[in-house]
Design a protein around this ligand. Structure first.
Ligand code: SF4
Length: 360
C-alpha cells in the first residue's frame, strides 16, 4: 500500500495519523488532496460554521528582557519612544478601554514584551482594569513566557501565579510564545526564553485550574517539517491529558525588521498546506485559526477551504506585533460585517463566538 492509501484508510476509519504520516504529508501529499482531506475533517467538526469574535488587543509594553531573533516588536528597557519603545501605564489602558462603547467587544487580548520590572501584580492590575471598565468582557491574556517571568519576578510558583491572575479575572491564555518546541531550533531563534517544557507545563497547570488556552506554532524560518511535526506531537500529547486547548494557530514568520530578515518567507501554498496538515494531525484540538492580521485577509479567506474554521476577530487596529514585522496591513481592523462577508463568500455560515467558542 502506498503511504497515501495508508493515510486515507486511517482517516476513513476515524483513526489517528502518526507523526510519520504527518511528516510524509508535508513533503509529499498533492496539495489538492491535502485541501480536500482537511476540508472534510473541518466539515465533520464544525459543519459549515466559521467563527470570528469582537476583540481588541492591548500590548502594554514592547520593552523586553529577551531578544528573540524573529521578533520585530521588542525593544530594550532603556530604549525610549524615539526608538519605537512604549510602556503604557494603567491610566493609558483605562483610556483605551473607555474609548470602546460598553458591549462592543467581548474579548480583551493582552500580550506584550517581558518587562524587567513587572511581576504578577501588574498582570493582576490589568485583568482587574478590564473588568472594571468592561465587566462582561473576557480577558485572554499573557503568554506562557510572560507568566513564567511574572512568577519568577514575584517569587511565586507557576501555579500560584496563575491562581492569582485567575482570581483577578484572567479568563484564558493566548497561545503565544510557543514558537517551535525543538530545543535546537528554539535556541537559534528564541534563545533564553521559557523552554518548551515550561511552556507546556504552564498550559497544563492552567488547564488543571480550569483555564482554557490556545497554542501557536511559528513556522517558516529555520525549522524543518520534522520540527513542526514534533511541535504538534507535543501539543497533541498534552491535549490528550488535559483537553484544555481550544484552537491551534499557525503563525507564519514575517521577515522585516528582525535578526532573521535574510530568510525568505514561505509561499502562500506552504501556508495553506501547513493548515491542512495541522487539521489532519491535531485530531483532538477542535479549532484551527487563520489569524488574518498575520496572514493578510485574502489568504486567511482561502485558508477557510484548507481546514480552517476561525479567522480571529475585529482587532480594531490594536496590535503592532505583525505590522512591525512586515504584515501588509499596517492598521489591522475589521468590522463584523466584513468578517461575515468574507466567510459568506466562501459559502460558509459566519458565527460570532465568544472567547470560549460559544456562539454569541
Ligand atoms: S517574541 Fe516576545 S519574548 Fe521574544 S523578544 Fe519579542 S516580545 Fe520579547
Amino acid at each position: 500500500m502506498t503511504m497515501l492509501r495508508e493515510i486515507e484508510s486511517v482517516l476513513a476509519a476515524n483513526d489517528r495519523l502518526t507523526s510519520s504520516h504527518a511528516l510524509w504529508l508535508y513533503g509529499n501529499a498533492p496539495s489538492e488532496w491535502l485541501r480536500e482531506a482537511a476540508d472534510e475533517i473541518r466539515r465533520k467538526l464544525h459543519g459549515e460554521r466559521a467563527f470570528y469574535n469582537r476583540n481588541i488587543h492591548f500590548e502594554p509594553t514592547n520593552k523586553c528582557v529577551y531578544a528573540c531573533r524573529f521578533c520585530a516588536f521588542a525593544r530594550t528597557a532603556d530604549q525610549g519612544p524615539e526608538d519605537g519603545a512604549w510602556d503604557h501605564d494603567l491610566e493609558e489602558f483605562d483610556r483605551i478601554l473607555r474609548a470602546k462603547q460598553p458591549g462592543t467587544i467581548t474579548e480583551v487580548h493582552i500580550t506584550g514584551g517581558v518587562h524587567p520590572d513587572r511581576g504578577v501584580e501588574y498582570g493582576e492590575a490589568l485583568c482587574r482594569k478590564v473588568h472594571e471598565v468592561h465587566p462582561t468582557a473576557h480577558v485572554k491574556a499573557f503568554t506562557a513566557v510572560e507568566i513564567s517571568f511574572f512568577a519568577r519576578k514575584s517569587g511565586l510558583s507557576l501555579e500560584e501565579a496563575l491562581r492569582r491572575l485567575q482570581a483577578a479575572g484572567l479568563g484564558s491564555l493566548p497561545g503565544g510564545g510557543a514558537e517551535i518546541f525543538d530545543p535546537e531550533v528554539r535556541r537559534k531563534i528564541a534563545g533564553g526564553k521559557a523552554p518548551a517544557h515550561q511552556w507546556l507545563e504552564i498550559h497544563e497547570v492552567a488547564h488543571g485550574l480550569g483555564l482554557r488556552s490556545n497554542a501557536t506554532m511559528l513556522y517558516g524560518h529555520v525549522e524543518e517539517h520534522r520540527h513542526r511535526v514534533d511541535h504538534m506531537e507535543r501539543l497533541r500529547d498534552l491535549q490528550d491529558r488535559t483537553n484544555g486547548f481550544m484552537a491551534f494557530i499557525p503563525l507564519r514568520y514575517r521577515n522585516e525588521n528582525n535578526a532573521l530578515s535574510h530568510l525568505l518567507e514561505v509561499s502562500p501554498e506552504e501556508d495553506l498546506r501547513n493548515y491542512s496538515v495541522a487539521r489532519l494531525y491535531l485530531d483532538n484540538i477542535p479549532h484551527l485559526k487563520a489569524y488574518w492580521v498575520m496572514l493578510g485577509v485574502e489568504l486567511a479567506a482561502r485558508a477557510l477551504e484548507w481546514g480552517v474554521d476561525d479567522l480571529d476577530g475585529t482587532v480594531d487596529d490594536s496590535t503592532k506585533i505583525y505590522s512591525m514585522a512586515g504584515a501588509e496591513d499596517q492598521h489591522p481592523a475589521m468590522t463584523t460585517a466584513r468578517l461575515e462577508s468574507i466567510i459568506s463568500a466562501k459559502g460558509r455560515v459566519a458565527v460570532e463566538r465568544d472567547s470560549l467558542y460559544q456562539a454569541v
